[in-house]
Design a protein around this ligand. Structure first.
Ligand SMILES: [Zn+2]
Length: 208
C-alpha cells in the first residue's frame, strides 16, 4: 500500500487493474476493487497495514468492466458497504440496457457481467458521493464511466492512460465505446485541478 497523499493509497496486491483506497472520516473507501481474487488479496493487505476490511463503507466504481467492478458485490455482502456506479453502466450490468456493440464489448460480454448489490447508488451527473469525493461523468470508454476526485487526487479509471510525466493519453481506441466522447472526457479531466492522477492501467503519476 503506497501513500498518494491526501489519505489516498495505491493498493499493491490487486491484479489486472489498479485498485485504490481512501481513508474516509467514517471508514474505508475502495475505488475499483477489481476481480474476485482481489477480495482476499486486498483484505490481507489492509490487515497488514493495521486496517480492518470490515471497515470498508463505500465502493466507488469508475465503470462496469470486471477488472474494475468484478468483486464489488462480494465486498458489499461481506462488509455492508455501499456501491457507487454511473447509472448508464449499472443499467448494462442489470440487463436494462444493451451493452455497446463494439467488437471489444461483445468479447467482454462473454466473460459475464459483474453483479451489483441492492445497496447500490447510481451516479447520474457531477455530484459529491462520500466524504467530499466528487464524481465526474467521463463517458467514452463505457457509457457510464465516472472519474472520482478527492482533493488533488483523481481516480480516472480507463478514461485515459497516464505517462510518468503525468500527461493523459488515449488508451487503445478499440477499447473505447465512443472515441469522440472519450476525447472530450480526457479534455474535461484536464480542468479538474487533479495533481495526482490514478488510472486503471498506468502507474499513478504526479503533476509537478
Ligand atoms: Zn475498462
Amino acid at each position: 500500500m503506497k501513500s498518494l497523499g491526501d489519505n489516498a493509497f495505491h493498493l499493491a496486491t490487486a491484479i489486472a487493474a489498479n485498485a485504490y483506497l481512501v481513508e474516509g472520516r467514517r471508514g474505508l473507501i475502495l475505488i475499483d476493487p477489481g476481480l474476485a481474487p482481489n477480495v482476499n488479496r486486498i483484505a490481507r493487505e489492509l490487515v497488514h497495514h493495521g486496517l480492518s476490511p470490515f471497515h470498508v463503507t463505500d465502493i466507488l466504481l469508475t465503470h462496469y468492466d470486471p477488472d474494475h467492478a468484478g468483486s464489488a458485490d462480494t465486498w458489499a455482502h461481506r462488509t455492508g458497504a455501499r456501491v457507487w456506479i454511473g447509472a448508464a453502466d449499472a443499467a448494462i450490468l442489470r440487463g436494462e440496457a444493451k451493452p455497446p456493440r463494439t467488437p471489444f464489448r461483445r468479447t467482454m460480454a462473454l466473460a459475464g457481467r459483474p453483479k451489483l448489490p441492492h445497496n447500490t447508488t447510481l451516479i447520474e451527473d457531477d455530484t459529491e458521493v462520500v466524504d467530499g469525493i466528487r464524481a465526474v461523468p467521463t463517458p467514452g470508454h463505457t457509457p457510464g464511466h465516472v472519474a472520482f476526485v478527492h482533493r488533488g487526487v483523481g481516480f480516472i479509471g480507463d478514461a485515459a492512460r497516464v505517462s510518468p510525466e503525468a500527461t493523459l493519453h488515449p488508451g487503445p481506441e478499440f477499447l473505447d465505446t465512443d472515441p469522440v466522447q472519450a476525447a472530450a472526457s480526457r479534455a474535461l479531466l484536464q480542468t479538474l485541478g487533479i495533481v495526482t492522477i490514478c488510472a486503471g492501467h498506468s502507474a499513478p503519476a504526479m503533476r509537478i
